[in-house]
Design a protein around this ligand. Structure first.
Ligand SMILES: [Zn+2]
Length: 198
């Protein structure tokens, strides 16, 4: 007897999620079949609700359920300072330190020729548009301290050349090769405070 078609389809859909291989997809599917119906309904509704209500902020590209996002709309924050991060997770990590009062720009990755990711695959054009419009006075590049994060920082620095904007890179407190979202609050605070002209 073959596996029911509906189960095959569920496994196939789950396996599309980055980082979920066929085996994990199978385990997730069996978990769902064994879980109480209320739990599975709540999970599926959470997915659909998030998909329907969470959008990308048109200014900083962060995920938000308002347009623009709460940070871009907040006049108490230093709108002339932009902290550039790779992923929304990095932004949340910096927000948790409570030390940073400017705005952000989320790139959704880093430049990686090996993985076929060029500047055009990220939100770099939108960031440069913000610079060209004269909004930011300072850009703090907080891409991860990896080869690709450093390369992306260098690209951004060169792209902003000629504009009246100060570029800094967060200090080396975050271990090299690591990512911001794994850094402790105090390490991250020190990295931001100790940022250097770049
Ligand atoms: Zn925003």
């Amino acid at each position: 007897m073959n596996q029911p078609d509906t189960l095959t389809r569920l496994i196939k859909e789950l396996a599309k999620i980055p980082g979920i291989g066929p085996r994990t997809a199978e385990r997730m599917a069996f978990y769902m079949l064994n879980a109480p119906k209320a739990d599975v309904t709540a999970l599926s509704q959470a997915i659909v609700n998030a998909k329907n209500s969470v959008k990308f902020c048109s200014v900083c590209c962060n995920l938000s359920d308002t347009e623009p996002c709460g940070i871009c709309a907040d006049s108490a924050r230093a709108q002339g300072t932009i902290c550039v991060v790779e992923q929304p997770n990095d932004l949340w990590s910096i927000e948790k330190t409570g030390i940073y009062k400017g705005t952000y720009h989320v790139l959704y990755g880093h430049i990686s020729p090996l993985e076929g990711v060029g500047p055009e695959n990220l939100t770099i054009a939108k960031l440069l548009q913000r610079v060209k419009n004269g909004g930011p006075k300072e850009i703090i590049i907080a891409t991860n301290p990896t080869l690709e994060g450093d390369g992306t920082a260098l690209y951004l620095k060169q792209a902003c050349h000629g504009y009246d904007v100060t570029i800094s890179r967060i200090a080396r407190g975050v271990p090299s090769g690591s990512t911001l979202s794994y850094a402790t609050k105090s390490t991250l605070s020190e990295a931001i405070m100790g940022r250097q002209d770049f």
